[in-house]
Each structure stands twice: as structure tokens, then as C-alpha cells.
Design a binder for this molecule. Structure first.
Ligand SMILES: [Zn+2]
Ligand SMILES: [Zn+2]
Length: 542
């Protein structure tokens, strides 16, 4: 048998977020990243990939390798580790976040192996080496994989900055060295494939932030992605330089500041910090509030400030809110609502829309993706992270750069890689598991909630004696028709069900319940064009 390698993405390849893929060769499987996606749909907070296939591989599954600490790369680790225990390899910043998360989930004795860029380790026939990439979090790495079919490079999330700020590293020389020996296959981040040119620089965002802070007469709120240590460090430096005390608002900003200080990524800041209570008593021009919640999340501190629902802090006319962030697609309305609430009260709101320099994305645009292709000159190319459209746009670039073999892969597809071919050879089951307050929602819960939210709920109680209908069923409809006609409709549905069950004898309750549900379903579609969730229960009368 010739040497081969299989790549099986379980998430992140038909969508943005929820990154998780498996690499397999012989009797070794390992996962690269294990992330979540966020939602506020139907009571769920997030979702993670369906791990059923990985669980089936438990005898071959040797490790999970994390590229960096963003939630869409680490957030699902506790859920997978509750099912399979394998070592987790992570760079330092990600490891600190993972440790917190495992503690929250009371997961003990996880074998967490911490290594920075440049570190190497072996997993079965694979040797894995980390290399540093620029990204919007500290310690972001890509992976150089020595595999049975040659060298495979996975970029992780990346950008390439022409003027990196302190602590932003990119191992260009190492990649040049690897390219000289030949790269069989490149997996590269496609998130920025729709954006021409190069991405904004982190140091430009810092300069813009400083200009706006300098110009603000009263309180300044800096809303940013709290995992971006570079931006956090910039805001803290600017506060100090402009004589402002800092109030860290929200769990996430406080956690990241703590981790960043412990890892010495930001200088000591104790003398700078004040509580929300104290900041409310200081002169307004001496206060900077740093907060997350840039996506208009309903429970975020920034949203509470916008709604004037915060216990201590009340912003007022003349204060400035700077969104040093971008809107993640899908959150536009929520963010606009927050902005409108501030502006209506006479606050100045600075966003990327009017001032593009106020934010720098963590993902490279097309020219940076092109640079990566030129740097590595791979024989084969597979775009990863992002939707199908991002992959197609990224594949165009690879074609322009003369890459011979290109394959677009989606979640659940199995890509087989040999020394000279790439081929889709099958598929594995994939899906989403929704999570509510740290507990996975069981199968069918979200579907039921969706049906109830869009069509309402109908319950049917059926009294039976000795397998026969004892009295007319009782039907309750909620959220289906208006209260003015509700009892009439309930009665009609009940009559219809009664006619279907009357005179029959049932040895199984389930059969009577199925017939009742089907009768109600047809009746409500036919007469009212309604599709509620319908539940039925037989009660045996004594
Ligand atoms: Zn990332
Ligand atoms: Zn990502």
C-alpha cells in the first residue's frame, strides 16, 4: 500500500467559526483545533461540531493540536474531552485560556502540553512543528507537519504585517527553509479571501485609537475584542499616556487582561485600574472604560451601558464610544441598536465604517494570502476556514500562483492525499451540537424549539379505557391562533381527533398518539395553514 494521508474537516469549512479537522494516517488520528460557533438562537449560547465520528476513532485518536486561543479554535475542547481523553497541545496563551475553561467544566487531569512557536513533537508517524504567525491574539501559530506523504503546512489563522508591533511574530525564515525542501500541501486560512489588497496594520489601529482618545473631551469607552492582547495593551498604554484611569468592564476583558499580565504580555497595570464604582466618581476626562461586547450581545456590559441599565456607570452627552472592532456578519442589527442608543443621548460613536483605520483584522487579505502561497510554493492547495465562496476566491489566487493541484473540501468530506494526488474519497457524518449554559442540548431539542417558535405548540390529552377512547380528547393550542378564536379551534381539532380514534381498539398507546398527532397536523395545515409542534399523551382511565 502506498503512503497516504486523510484530511477530514468536521467544522469550519462551510462556515466561519467552529474550526475542527482531523488528520489521519495508518492507525493515527489527531485533531487540529476544536472550536465553537456562537448563537443566541432559541436559548442556545453556542454550538460545536458533532464529535460522533471522532469518538468512533477513539482507539486511533492520539491528540488535539490547537493553533491559537480564539474561541472558534478552543471553545469546544471541554465537550470533546468529556468524551475522549487525549493530550492537548497548545501554545502558551491558548493554554492559559484552556486551563480556565477546563476548570469551569471541572475537568481534571487533562494532559495539556504547552509549546511556543519553534517547538516540535511527534504524534504517531507525524512530526508537528509550530511556526509563529501574525494574528489578533498572542501566540498564534501555524503547523509544519512532517507526514508520510511529505511536508504539509497548516497556516492556522494568519495575516502578514509589514510593520508588526512588539510581540507580533512571523517565522518567515523558517517557512523559506521549509519551502526549499518542498511543500506537498498547504492548508491556508481563507477568511479574508474577499478583501482586496492587504489588511490594516495593528500599529495603525493603535495610532488611530490614540488620536481619538486624545481628542475626546470626556469619558472614553474602548470596545474591542478582548482576546486581542495587542489592542488591549495599546488601550492601556494610551490611557496611561493621557492621564486616564482604566475601568475593565465585563468578565472577558478582565480574564484576558489577567492572562496577558501573568504571561507578561502587558506591563503591570494595577496602579491604572479602578472599579466601575470608583470610575463613576472621577472627573470624566480621567476615565477610560475598556470593554468587550462589540457584537451587541444582549447580556454584554456595553449593551447594558447603551440601555442605561448598568448599576454604577452612566454615560452622558459628550462621552465617546470607540468601536475598535468589526461587526461579525449576522450581528448588524444588534450593533446598530447599541450605536443608535448612544448617539440618541448625544454621545460620539466612532466605528470602522466611517474610520476604517480604527480596527485591524486578524486575517490577511488577498495579497497576504498570495504572499503565503509565494513563500511556500506548495504542490497542492486546500483552502480552509470560511464559506464555500471564500474557498473559491482563495483557490483562484492559488491558480494564479501556479499551484497544480487544488481541491475544495467541505465539512464531512474525506480528502485523501498521496505523494502525487489529491482525491475526495468519501464522507463522514457531521453536524452541530447546540450548547446551553455549558450543557449540550440533546438531539432534536433545537428542532423542537424552532418548530414551537415559528408555529406554536399544541398538546393533546387522550383518555382511554381498556384500549378504547373514553371521552373526547382535550386539545390546548398556544401561540397558534389568536385568543379570540382559540377555544373554538381547540374544540374543532379535538372533534377531528375523536372521529379518527372513535370505535377503534388500541393495544399500544403510541399508535393512538401517532394517529392523534397526524390528524391534528393535517387539520391545522388544511384549515389554518399552521405548522405547530404537536405532542400527544394517552392517559389510561381507571
Ligand atoms: Zn483566530
Ligand atoms: Zn479562527
Amino acid at each position: 500500500m502506498t503512503d497516504s494521508l486523510r484530511f477530514i474537516p468536521l467544522g469550519g469549512l462551510s462556515e466561519i467559526g467552529m474550526n475542527c479537522a482531523a488528520l489521519a494516517s495508518g492507525d493515527t488520528v489527531f485533531a487540529i483545533d476544536c472550536g465553537v460557533g456562537f448563537t443566541d438562537e432559541l436559548g442556545a449560547d453556542m454550538f460545536h461540531p458533532d464529535f460522533a465520528w471522532l469518538e468512533e476513532q477513539r482507539d486511533r485518536l492520539r491528540a488535539i493540536v490547537v493553533t491559537h486561543g480564539h474561541e472558534d479554535h478552543i471553545g469546544a475542547l471541554p465537550y470533546l474531552l468529556k468524551r475522549v481523553r487525549v493530550p492537548v497541545y497548545a501554545p502558551p496563551y491558548a493554554a492559559a485560556l484552556i486551563r480556565d475553561r477546563l476548570r469551569e467544566h471541572r475537568l481534571e487531569d487533562i494532559d495539556l502540553r504547552v509549546g511556543s512557536a519553534g517547538s516540535r513533537f511527534e504524534i504517531g508517524p507525524f512530526t508537528v512543528e509550530r511556526f509563529a504567525v501574525h494574528h489578533s491574539i498572542a501566540d498564534a501559530t501555524g503547523l509544519i507537519l512532517d507526514t508520510p506523504v511529505g511536508t504539509v503546512v497548516h497556516t492556522g489563522d494568519f495575516k502578514i504585517e509589514s510593520e508588526p508591533c512588539a510581540g507580533q511574530l512571523f517565522d518567515r525564515e523558517r517557512l523559506e527553509e521549509v519551502a526549499r525542501d518542498g511543500v506537498r500541501l498547504l492548508f491556508s486560512d481563507s477568511t479574508g479571501a474577499d478583501v482586496e489588497g492587504t489588511s490594516n496594520l495593528e500599529c495603525t489601529a493603535e495610532d488611530a485609537l490614540e488620536r481619538w482618545v486624545a481628542r475626546s473631551p470626556h469619558r472614553v469607552v474602548v470596545a474591542t475584542f478582548s482576546s486581542n492582547v495587542f489592542r488591549l495593551r495599546a488601550a492601556l498604554r494610551i490611557a496611561r499616556a493621557h492621564g486616564r484611569k482604566v475601568c475593565l468592564l465585563g468578565m472577558s476583558v478582565r480574564n484576558h487582561t489577567e492572562v496577558a499580565t501573568a504571561l507578561k504580555l502587558v506591563p503591570p497595570i494595577d496602579s491604572l485600574l479602578v472599579s466601575a464604582e470608583v470610575s463613576a466618581t472621577l472627573p470624566r476626562h480621567e476615565v477610560m472604560i475598556i470593554t468587550g461586547g462589540t457584537q451587541g450581545e444582549p447580556r454584554a456590559s456595553l449593551t447594558r451601558l447603551a440601555r442605561e441599565e448598568h448599576s454604577y456607570l452612566h454615560l452622558s452627552e459628550g462621552d465617546t464610544v470607540i468601536f475598535s472592532s468589526r461587526i461579525i456578519p449576522g450581528n448588524e442589527l444588534a450593533v446598530l441598536d447599541v450605536i443608535n442608543r448612544f448617539e440618541r443621548r448625544g454621545l460620539e460613536v466612532i466605528t470602522r465604517r466611517e474610520h476604517p483605520e480604527i480596527h485591524a483584522s486578524g486575517h490577511g487579505s488577498r495579497e497576504e494570502q498570495r504572499s503565503m502561497l509565494r513563500l511556500l510554493r506548495p504542490e497542492a492547495f486546500v483552502p480552509v476556514h470560511g464559506t464555500h465562496r471564500h474557498h473559491r476566491r482563495h483557490a483562484e489566487l492559488a491558480r494564479e500562483e501556479g499551484v497544480a493541484q487544488i481541491e475544495l473540501v467541505e465539512n464531512g468530506k474525506v480528502l485523501e492525499v498521496t505523494r502525487d494526488s489529491l482525491e475526495l474519497v468519501g464522507s463522514v457524518p457531521v453536524g452541530r451540537v447546540y450548547v446551553e449554559r455549558m450543557e449540550p442540548l440533546g438531539k432534536g431539542v433545537i428542532e423542537d424549539r424552532r418548530a414551537m417558535a415559528s408555529g406554536g405548540l399544541v398538546t393533546i390529552s387522550i383518555a382511554m379505557k381498556d384500549g378504547r377512547l373514553k371521552s373526547s380528547p382535550r386539545v390546548l393550542a398556544r401561540g397558534v391562533v389568536g385568543t379570540d378564536i382559540r377555544s373554538r379551534v381547540e374544540q374543532k381539532v379535538a372533534n377531528h381527533i375523536r372521529d379518527k380514534l372513535k370505535g377503534r381498539s388500541f393495544t399500544r398507546h403510541e399508535l393512538a398518539e401517532e394517529i392523534a398527532i397526524e390528524a391534528a397536523r393535517r387539520f391545522l395545515i388544511h384549515h389554518h395553514r399552521k405548522r405547530p409542534l404537536i405532542a400527544a399523551a394517552v392517559v389510561e382511565a381507571s
